[in-house]
Every structure is written in structure tokens, then in C-alpha cells.
Design a binder for this molecule. Structure first.
Ligand SMILES: Cc1cc2nc3c(=O)[nH]c(=O)nc-3n(C[C@H](O)[C@H](O)[C@H](O)COP(=O)(O)OP(=O)(O)OC[C@H]3O[C@@H](n4cnc5c(N)ncnc54)[C@H](O)[C@@H]3O)c2cc1C
Length: 415
């Protein structure tokens, strides 16, 4: 089989790339190993930049209709009290509206729904979009992609081969790039539970030791992310679900009833955060996007967004090559030039967010609380933070910014 661009992996990154290319008249073949929807949790928060990309792909309407709007993130520091309501110590609200853009919110969309929307869009370009379901990419043979679909082996010949297989990537292996991994002192438990219908803001609830992230989904559900010490999942399970119910209820009493919907530990997924970043995004006519190239700490909810943003930039480049009839592989370095620094920046930002929440001492919590509050008090810091996490822009934090957060300098402007 011949195609312009072969994509190994039909996750959010691979599909976004395929839709973009097909919409621009580039013939694309996607090999996806799965046949059915995956039940594994894989991220649901679409940042504003991703919404802008989905808009250009012509699928924003469906995506918005399937999502829950997050216009604000609330950071709530509390004193947890056994058998009593928590005492609020500090509340800071960071608003997406601080970024002057029509994409002024994030969106919580079930991961498989985003993929389905993209697949359906791809199918509207039957001449260019070729999707192989249940097709596992095995590696390269004689410069062609070897794919096993059911029991049949087929070879796909392409001008460019893109590895979008996620964390375990045969394309990355074939490129023989360097990967440096970093692990953390904490893991997360994640589970979706029912929520009251007026519980509709994204919330991070913390004490000196606890962390509970709450991100409302459509249909009165909420994605919850609860921090545990690395390697303690077995112990936590042995303590029983009652302990989990109690922790959730003491941190967020509004979810005291919803959390009891968890009937079995099987519903709770262990999420082990780690990060890596490859040193090369392309070699010859091979390129990597998304988790095949980098994994960020989930704290900032950026992984899926980076994959779609990689796809957007690579797609634009490859479509331009096709349009101008120039060899694809001569221009792949532009993709790396644009994406690598941007991803590195977000990797650092996510790492910093992780550090802010992973030191379980009261003195550290006090520093964190001041730093987050100062981000709200200082107009410029607030805009910088939201611009950076939204993906719509990049504005480096300076030493002066950090001094403001550390309360060495007064905030630049009040709100
Ligand atoms: C537990 C967990 C929680 C996460 N939480 C968040 C979050 O809150 N926010 C966020 O933005 N991101 C989150 N992420 C990260 C996010 O899911 C990824 O960054 C994102 O899905 C990357 O997209 P991708 O397309 O690069 O890879 P993936 O989504 O992993 O897609 C890869 C696809 O390739 C297929 N595949 C793999 N190997 C082959 C092969 N050999 N042949 C054919 N097909 C293959 C897979 O079946 C899959 O469909 C989380 C990830 C995990 C694992």
C-alpha cells in the first residue's frame, strides 16, 4: 500500500494530524492497534489553544457540545478536620478570561469522545483519510512500515512515517533517540464520580499533606485526582474504601455522597507520573509526535494538548510541503525547531507545579499559598500563568516575577 504520510497510532495526536493532512489533500494512513474504545483514563482537559486548533479542523462545535466548560481554576487551601467541615484558609481563583482571546476557557471532554469526533471528521475526507482499525505497527522492514491487521501482515510505503504510538513507540525505537526519564515521590489515584449539578468549577483542594484535584465533566460527573505517596497503593487499598470516602468527604464535603458511588477498587486507576523528552523529533523521514516524543507531569493537564499541538504544527508543515511540491524530509527540522523549545517550556512548568504540591510540610504549604495568591494579586503574573498553560502564548517568568511571588516585592497591579 502507498500513502503520503503513514501514522502509527490513532490516539488524539495521530488523529488530529491525520484530519489536518486529509483536509489539506495529503493522503494519510493511520494504523491503530485497538478496535474498541479504551476504558483507561487518559486525560480530558482541552486547553484554549487546543480548542483553537479543533476550531480550524472544523470540530469545535461537536467538541463544545460534548464538554464541560472550565473558565476558572480554584486553589483552595484548607484545614482538614475529622468529623467536621473543613476550615478554609485561603482561596485563589485563576481565570482563563485573563487571556485576551475568544478561546477564553478550557473544556473537559471524555478522552474517547474527542477521538471519536476526530475519527468521524477524518471519515468526511474518504479520498485522503485511510484508517486501519485493529492494525498494529510492528516496525520497519526495507524502509516500509510493517503492520499486522488480524493475522495479515501488510507493508505501507510512505514519504513520511510518524510515530504517534504514545509512551511505547516502535518508531522512537527505530530512530534510536535519547530519552531521559524523571520520576516523582508521589502517585495519583483517579476516578470519576457523580457530582451535584451546581458543582461546576475546576478545583484543587490542598492541606499540607493532601491534594485533591476536581475537574467537572458533562453529565454531572467529576474527574477526581487524589495524591498518594509513591508505592503505597497496595497499603491504601488494604485500608479499605471507607478511608477513601472519608478523605474525599473531609476535603470536599459536597462530594461526600458522590464518592460512595465507588463500589470497587477496580474503578480507581493508579496514575504514576513521570516525564521524559527525546533529544530528536525527527530523523530522515521519521518523526515523533505526542507521548512518543515527550511525557509531562499530569499536574498541569498538558499531555493531550501537547500531542494535538505537535500534530497541528507538523500537519501544517507537511501540507505546505505537498502544496509546494518540495521533499517532506528536507523540511522536518522546522517541526523540531518550533515544537521542542515549546514542549521543554511546558515540561518545566508542569514539573514546577508538581514540586509545589509534593512537599508535605506546613512551612512549604505556607510558601505555596503565598506564591499562588500573589499570582492572582499581580495582574501580569496572572496573565502570564494563564497564557502559558492555555497554550495560546509563551511569556517567560523572570526572577522579578519569582521575587513578587516570594513576597520580596509588592505586586505590580491590584485587581
Ligand atoms: C493515566 C494517564 C492520565 C493522564 N492524564 C492527563 C490529563 O489529565 N491531561 C492531559 O492533557 N493528558 C493526560 N495524560 C496524557 C495524555 O493521555 C497523553 O499525553 C495523550 O493521550 C498523548 O496522545 P498521543 O496521541 O501522543 O498518545 P496516546 O493517546 O497514548 O495514543 C497512542 C495510540 O497509539 C496506539 N498504539 C500504540 N502502539 C501502537 C502500535 N504499535 N501500532 C498501532 N497503534 C499503536 C494506542 O492504542 C493509542 O491509541 C494522561 C495519560 C495517562 C496515561
Amino acid at each position: 500500500m502507498k500513502t503520503d504520510v503513514f501514522i502509527a497510532g490513532g490516539g488524539v495526536g495521530g488523529l488530529a494530524l491525520a484530519v489536518k493532512l486529509a483536509s489539506r489533500g495529503v493522503h494519510v494512513t493511520v494504523a491503530e492497534q485497538l478496535v474498541k474504545k479504551s476504558s483507561a483514563y487518559k486525560g480530558e482537559l482541552l486547553q484554549p489553544k487546543t480548542l483553537a486548533i479543533l476550531d480550524r479542523l472544523g470540530v469545535l462545535g461537536e467538541t463544545e457540545a460534548s464538554g464541560h466548560v472550565i473558565d476558572q481554576l480554584r486553589f483552595l487551601e484548607i484545614k482538614r478536620q475529622s468529623g467536621a467541615l473543613p476550615e478554609e484558609i485561603n482561596l485563589t481563583e485563576l481565570n482563563y478570561s485573563r487571556v485576551a482571546s475568544s478561546y477564553d476557557h478550557a473544556l473537559m471532554v471524555p478522552h474517547e469522545t474527542t477521538k471519536e469526533i476526530l475519527r468521524e471528521k477524518g471519515a468526511t475526507y474518504p479520498e485522503y483519510f485511510h484508517y486501519l482499525s485493529g492494525a498494529r505497527f510492528l516496525g520497519f522492514e526495507n524502509g516500509q512500515a510493517k503492520v499486522r491487521q488480524q493475522k495479515t501482515i501488510q507493508y505501507v510505503e510512505a514519504h513520511v512515517y510518524v510515530g504517534a504510538e504514545g509512551r511505547s513507540s516502535p518508531t522512537r525505537d527505530a530512530m534510536n533517540v535519547r530519552v531521559k526519564r524523571q520520576d516523582y515521590n508521589h502517585h495519583f489515584l483517579t476516578v470519576t464520580i457523580p457530582r451535584p449539578s451546581d458543582f461546576n468549577k475546576g478545583k484543587i483542594i490542598t492541606t499540607a499533606r493532601d491534594f485533591l484535584g476536581l475537574f467537572p465533566l458533562p453529565d454531572d460527573e467529576v474527574r477526581t485526582v487524589f495524591l498518594i505517596k509513591a508505592g503505597t497503593f497496595k497499603q491504601v487499598k488494604e485500608q479499605g474504601l471507607e478511608q477513601l470516602y472519608q478523605a474525599y468527604s473531609e476535603l470536599e464535603p459536597e462530594l461526600a455522597q458522590g464518592v460512595r458511588a465507588i463500589e470497587d477498587w477496580k474503578a480507581v486507576q493508579l496514575m504514576i507520573p513521570f516525564t521524559y523528552h527525546v533529544d530528536r523529533y525527527y530523523k530522515g523521514n521519521l518523526a515523533l509526535i505526542g507521548d512518543a516524543a515527550h511525557t509531562v507531569h499530569p499536574m498541569a493537564g498538558e499531555g493531550m494538548n501537547l500531542a494535538i499541538q505537535d500534530a497541528d504544527v507538523l500537519g501544517e508543515l507537511l501540507a505546505w510541503c505537498k502544496q509546494n511540491d518540495v521533499p517532506y524530509h528536507d523540511h522536518l527540522h522546522y517541526y523540531e525547531d518550533v515544537r521542542k523549545p515549546r514542549v521543554k517550556f511546558l515540561l518545566n512548568l508542569s514539573h514546577l507545579s508538581a514540586m509545589v504540591y509534593s512537599v508535605p510540610y506546613t512551612w512549604w504549604r505556607n510558601i505555596r499559598m503565598r506564591a499562588v495568591q500573589r499570582m492572582y494579586d499581580d495582574d501580569q503574573l496572572h496573565v502570564k500563568q494563564m497564557l502559558n498553560i492555555s497554550g495560546l502564548g509563551k511569556w517567560n517568568f523572570t526572577l522579578f516575577d519569582r521575587a513578587i511571588q516570594g513576597v520580596s516585592f509588592p505586586p505590580a497591579a491590584g485587581q
